[in-house]
Write a protein that binds this ligand. Structure first.
Ligand code: UD1
Ligand code: UDP
Length: 359
């Protein structure tokens, strides 16, 4: 029996791991041990994904979250090491670029346990981002590098990583969007609940440290969203980090001037994305989902790792430095993003509802 130990901890990792775990669970001769570091801990940042995406209960829950990078990574390293000594897996599987990713990879490599990194080779070339440090270090101590894009493969080769370790496999988030996106159509009621007309609103998410920990950038983003909301509805599921920072900087009043929500589950998020006319985000995952669902995207950052989307013209990058520039960008992209001439694929339901209600 081959034992694979998966380390997850943050929202996007639950989604990525759900895709691989679903296959591992039905693969003969394999047993997966799931470790949740606790980096994300609110129910709507963690539990909801386990329920909606049918992820088994973690075998270990380390309960480590809410600290600084050093605290989180250090405490996770110590706790994961204990689990690894206890479990002795054949391989440790880590995802993405969070502090949980680095802690898992580092703990394993020091115990000479092979590491596999899903979403290897992504680079922003901005070493001020905590994620960039996590990715680079994780790639360099991994034995198997699962790259989502051709560009990621090139990045790894340029850094001297061996071709034999690199596997171009595509992006697990695309698998997730295909599999659960369809489920979202059946189960999510969020459009009805919020009374949102399809293709007539902007969906926004913001959580990157460089945007939330800088009061000037956070103010620019929130003021721009408020201004855009005066023209077209802005729906904004707010990451807990962003809410806390907005409160600390006295900006929470701005959150009340758009349609701000608590973080939503994956199925509701997929539905909000599919039906948005435009997405404004600093999230890596949401940029890609915008593309998967055919929705234009404005990325509120200085750069992006997902350069293909910019080259394809699907994504435009605007550093949030000036309210006017961001408002202009969003409204211009909104105008350019015409709603589909054939509706939203809901004609059948609409007809049936009208007919069933006797006109
Ligand atoms: C982390 C990842 C980031 C990823 C993001 C996904 C790192 C360095 N960053 O950023 O790459 O894009 O997750 O969402 O690992 N908080 C809560 N409740 C929660 C989770 C967080 O209140 O359930 C608050 C806490 O105050 C916490 C803060 O948010 O200290 C930041 O959380 P943390 O996990 O350190 O970083 P994220 O910004 O979520
Ligand atoms: N997401 C979600 N609910 C939300 C916001 C995001 O389910 O309220 C999903 C989103 O669809 C994507 C993932 O979380 O699949 C992206 O995670 P996040 O933006 O936190 O991190 P990143 O991708 O930037 O690392």
């Amino acid at each position: 029996m081959r034992k694979i130990l998966t380390v997850v901890g943050a929202r996007p990792q639950f989604i990525k791991a759900a895709v691989v775990s679903r296959v591992l669970r039905v693969t003969p001769g394999v047993r997966e041990v799931l470790v949740h570091t606790g980096q994300h801990y609110d129910d709507n940042m963690s539990q909801v994904f386990f329920e909606e995406l049918d992820i088994p209960e973690p075998d270990y829950h380390l309960g480590i979250g809410g600290g600084s990078h050093g605290q989180n990574t250090g405490r996770m390293l110590e706790a994961i090491e204990k689990v690894l000594i206890n479990e002795r897996p054949h391989l440790v599987l880590v995802y993405g670029d969070t502090d949980s990713t680095l802690a898992g990879a580092l703990a394993a490599s020091k115990l000479h346990i092979p590491v596999a990194h899903v979403e290897a080779g992504l680079r922003s070339f901005n070493r001020r981002m905590p994620e960039e440090i996590n990715r680079v270090l994780t790639d360099h101590i991994s034995n198997l590098l699962f790259a989502p894009t051709e560009q990621a493969v090139q990045n790894l080769l340029r850094e001297g990583l061996p071709m034999s370790a690199i596997h171009w496999v595509g992006d697990v988030m695309y698998d997730a969007a295909l599999y659960y996106g369809e489920k979202a159509e059946r189960y999510s009621q969020i459009l009805q609940r919020l009374n949102l007309p399809p293709k007539r609103y902007v969906l926004a998410t913001v959580h990157r440290a460089e945007n939330t920990d800088d009061p000037v950038r956070l103010r620019v983003i929130l003021e721009a969203l408020v201004r855009v909301h005066q023209e077209v509805p802005v729906v904004f599921p707010v990451h807990p980090r962003t809410r806390k920072r907005a409160e600390a900087y006295g900006l929470q009043g701005l959150l009340d001037k758009v349609l701000s929500l608590e973080p939503v589950g994956y199925l509701d998020m997929a539905m909000l994305e599919k039906n948005a006319r435009l997405i404004a985000t600093d999230s890596g995952g949401v940029q890609k989902e915008a593309f998967f669902y055919g929705v234009p995207c404005v990325t509120l950052r200085d750069e992006t790792e997902w350069v293909e989307l910019v080259e394809l013209g699907w994504n435009v990058v605007y550093p949030p430095l000036d309210v006017e520039v961001v408002v202009d960008a969003l409204l211009r992209q909104w105008e350019g993003a015409k709603a589909s001439p054939y509706g939203e694929g809901t004609a059948g339901t609409r007809i049936a509802t009208i007919v069933a209600n006797g006109f």
